[in-house]
Design a protein around this ligand. Sequence first.
Ligand SMILES: *Cc1c(COP(=O)(O)O)cnc(C)c1O
Length: 428
Amino acid sequence: MLALHGGAPVRGDAPWPRWPHYDDRTEREVLAALRSDRWSVTWPGRDGGKSRERLFGEAFARYNGAAYGVSVDHGSSALVIALEALGVGPGDEVIVPALTWVAPATAVLRVGAIPVLVDVHPESGCLTGESVRGGLSARTRAVIAVHLACTTVDLDEVGAVADAAGIALIEDCSQAHGARWAGRAVGTVGCAGVFSLGAAKTLAGGEGGAVITDRQHLYQRMLLLRADSRGYTADAPGPGEYELVERGDIMGANYCMPEMTAAVLLDQLPRLDAQHEHRERRAKELEAGLAAVPGLAPIPVPRQVDRRAVYEYGIRFQPGTFGAAPIEAVAAALTAELGTRVYPPRDPLHRSLLLRPHTKPRFARLPAASVDRMTGRDFGGADHYRAHTLLLHHSVLLGEPADIDDILTALDKVRAHSPALLTKDVAL
Ligand SMILES: *Cc1c(COP(=O)(O)O)cnc(C)c1O
């Protein structure tokens, strides 16, 4: 019997890996930031020297092989300053995939532009060259390409469409820290790479974000945009001196990353590659097992990807693999077998509860035609992906090979018992 119906679960009491990972070194780094009295890039330190916020921006740029990096308080803010630095504003349109976390769409609204949703590939969940072409208009200024879950956008294809149309390519790498495309880090192929460093992400600071770019002009603008039009002093400040200088070239807001967060991230960044390798070993084992289960397959990864980054591991299934059971029931049954959350992707943005611009005075009077450009279409690819993909958080792949056996056993069990998921008396 399925665990959902009171049967014995596939996995007993063995705990899944905890997330986030931290140890004594993390604690020392945070304590050092606390005791420095610095707390913020906007407050002078007792000891002088660069803020941790500045050091993390530099370290993260280096990690990605980018010329410049800017630390911010959220991935959402990173999107906002990237758009503002590019000069995107009222009257402009920005292409956003229909399937993503809501921030790319709300960031476009926050700068006064209109997000135009386009469909995604039914198997990868990522927008495509063709879908971007279909979303172009005379007002399009940029496309936000989101590398989703455990794969990447086809950057050759989408980059070529963006170049031909003369629009900017912003890569949202919030789910792809450290992924590599044809020898380069994702985020360095477009004109700016945006990252969330939220608690769930593979590089986690609790709340945080970053932008990388090779363009000095964009970097200078993003620096000012993130700190109320203040840039850095040329040299590291001395004891008691401020590190920010008022500039005024472009008005900003306060999106600064706190020093305690930067301390956590400076501790976490050097661990990221080993965690990627660990996850990749487990992912390969899982894929070897999936090949033996009819109807199941991994998410496709473009051949140009030299290193995949897994944020959420996606398992695709052919229609009918779990009979007529809806994905919510399949996910609930797997969760009950495994004791760790297995879940479907979020609803596409045109149906998302989180994208409701008219509920805010600032956007209440958007013209109907703009709202229609935004969401008034069908997205067959997004719907297919949503209904046929099961996701697992990346931390599930940070354990032992036996964990993978449990996942495969649970998939097979739920598949074999899927008719039971259709009985009406099941409480989900
Ligand atoms: C998490 C995420 C964000 C938003 O990041 P915050 O740090 O929560 O603002 C943006 N885009 C994508 C694709 C994400 O997954």
